[in-house]
Design a protein around this ligand. Structure first.
Ligand SMILES: Cc1cc2nc3c(=O)[nH]c(=O)nc-3n(C[C@H](O)[C@H](O)[C@H](O)COP(=O)(O)OP(=O)(O)OC[C@H]3O[C@@H](n4cnc5c(N)ncnc54)[C@H](O)[C@@H]3O)c2cc1C
Length: 488
């Protein structure tokens, strides 16, 4: 029988070993109910101590015996989630999938959450649900605060993780181009929370307008969307439909002829990545719906009430949505020399971050330049998914010593919807553009297909049919505190 001192020493050794070699297990050791006896708690007997010591040593030994390579993936967006799913249950890899949210968010439908057409849960999917039966994927819901590349460690708000391979798939964040007042007063839409915040602010504005004086009403009912990419086009189209379909019925006290929707775009066309035909058609659609489209219009300042344009004109609005740009979301710790001007991580054709040995980057945060795309591939869900598939194939080839396959980009074309029966599609092969009802059907089918989870697809589909038939949405619920600009 070991003495209490010997057992205590064993426990301290095992704990130190875990802390040093497997920091990610420290939490489990800390959570074990029995602790080393102290003056405050001298009751623990030798049997309990021996059990505790055995358990600790079993954890450490079991982990050490595990010969799998530890792959840490930061971000469960389109790229990170696809990678984890394709390597799910693979015998060679132990995967830790880290995300600050416990769900995957489907960004292409954020605008429908913002316009109260869909519930946030319809476009989000719980990560633990996806990997319920996985033997090798562990989910950690925590924020990465630092990458310590020299020590192969990722630091998070909930402990550190040591990796053999690290994949950064942290996506992009809103780019305000250094304009702090615009960042302070305008509303971005890069997360489910931000989409809900737009919805709440919008509804609050209508409630406020009912009792405001007529001058103020105009300011409150002027909504400006900055950025004429797909997000700006889709948002302004949905808002315009809301203005004619639902709002007059729900707010009979308000005169919606006073409601103005502005879409501002800095360049000479909407949907910059699409063909001239599709851009022009989208503009026609929006103008038919009553949106004021202002091209070649740059925003200079915004103080929460007035939007000053570069040409000196002023738009009065207390509600500005900023959809004018994104930049890569590179975690702290990566040396600036490895980060591009677009705040992305330049990678080689095998997704490895240039200048590193075992760090990869995928999706919006990665910049893989090629002859045809010197500034990298478009920041699209399809690109993120295709890159993840290629990297996972290479991870499968690695243990077999097979040569790695470079990423080959396939342009699948692009599309945007403006509203009911109104969408524009540019196909890459064959190179054709079309618009109208058929384009809208394709847009809907593709987005339904891309959504994760059968239940979500069914619910979204039913919501769309209901909206199509009744011209109504029924999700205009106000949640207190969500309308404030700062996250609480
Ligand atoms: C409003 C909107 C509409 C869009 N519409 C379309 C469309 O119609 N078609 C299309 O192809 N593309 C569209 N896109 C672009 C598309 O969503 C992105 O290209 C795609 O999401 C990129 O995937 P990703 O995996 O690189 O990053 P994301 O999908 O953004 O995932 C990044 C993940 O990383 C997590 N994360 C970030 N930082 C940290 C951290 N420090 N710690 C832990 N976790 C972190 C985030 O929570 C997130 O889950 C749209 C984007 C937006 C914003």
């Amino acid at each position: 029988m070991k003495t209490e001192d010997e057992l205590n020493k064993e426990i301290l050794d095992a704990t130190a070993k875990i802390q040093q070699n497997y920091p990610e297990l420290t939490r489990f050791a800390d959570e074990m109910t029995v602790t080393i006896p102290s003056e405050q708690d001298p009751q623990i007997n030798a049997t309990e101590l021996a059990d505790y010591s055995n358990s600790l040593q079993t954890i450490a030994a079991g982990y050490a015996k595990n010969t799998k390579q530890h792959l840490v993936i930061i971000g469960a967006g389109f790229a990170g989630l696809k990678l984890a799913r394709t390597l799910n249950n693979h015998p060679n890899y132990q995967i830790t999938l880290i995300d600050k949210n416990n769900y995957h968010q489907f960004q292409p439908l954020f605008y429908q959450v913002a316009m109260a057409n869909l519930d946030a849960s319809n476009i989000s999917f719980p990560l633990r649900n996806i990997f319920q039966k996985s033997k090798n994927v562990t989910i950690r819901v925590t924020e990465v605060i630092l990458i310590d590349a020299p020590h192969n460690q990722v630091h998070t708000t909930n402990g550190n993780f040591t990796y053999d391979y690290l994949v950064i798939a942290t996506g992009a964040v809103t780019n305000y181009f250094g304009n702090a007042p615009i960042e302070q007063y305008s509303f971005p839409m890069k997360s489910t929370w931000e989409a809900l915040q737009i919805r709440n602010t919008l509804l609050t504005h209508f409630e406020t307008a009912i009792t405001a004086n007529s001058l103020k009403v105009q300011q409150i009912l002027s909504i400006v969307i900055v950025g004429g990419g797909p997000t700006g086009v889709e948002l302004s189209g949905a808002l315009a439909e809301m203005k004619t379909d639902t709002l007059p019925l729900e707010y009979p006290e308000l005169n919606f002829a006073e409601m103005k929707i502005y879409l501002l775009e800095g360049s000479a066309k909407l949907l910059g990545a699409m063909t001239a035909v599709s851009s022009a058609k989208a503009k026609d659609y929006l103008e038919d719906l009553g949106v004021t489209v202002m091209l070649n219009t740059m925003v200079k300042e915004y103080n929460g009430r007035q939007l000053l344009l570069q040409d000196g004109n002023i738009l009065e609005s207390t509600f500005v949505i900023w959809a004018a740009g994104v930049k890569g979301n590179v975690p702290q710790g990566i040396a600036p020399v490895f980060v591009s001007k677009s705040s992305q991580l330049p990678t080689d054709a095998f997704h490895k971050v240039i200048g590193t040995n075992n760090i990869y980057a995928l999706g919006d945060v990665a910049l893989m330049a090629s002859e045809q795309y010197p500034r990298g591939y478009p920041q699209l869900a399809s690109v993120a998914i295709d890159q993840a598939v290629n990297l996972s194939n290479n991870f499968l080839r690695l243990p077999k010593n097979k040569s790695l396959v470079p990423f080959k980009y396939t342009n699948k074309g692009s599309m945007a919807t403006v509203g009911r029966n109104k969408a524009v599609v540019d196909l890459a092969k064959p190179f054709v553009s079309f618009h109208g009802f058929f384009a809208w059907l394709i847009w809907m089918t593709l987005h339904l297909f891309l959504l994760i989870g059968f239940k979500n697809r069914v619910i979204v589909f039913i919501n769309w049919i209901y909206k199509y038939l009744t011209h109504q949405q029924s999700l205009a619920l106000l949640f207190p505190n969500l309308h404030s600009k700062n996250k609480t």
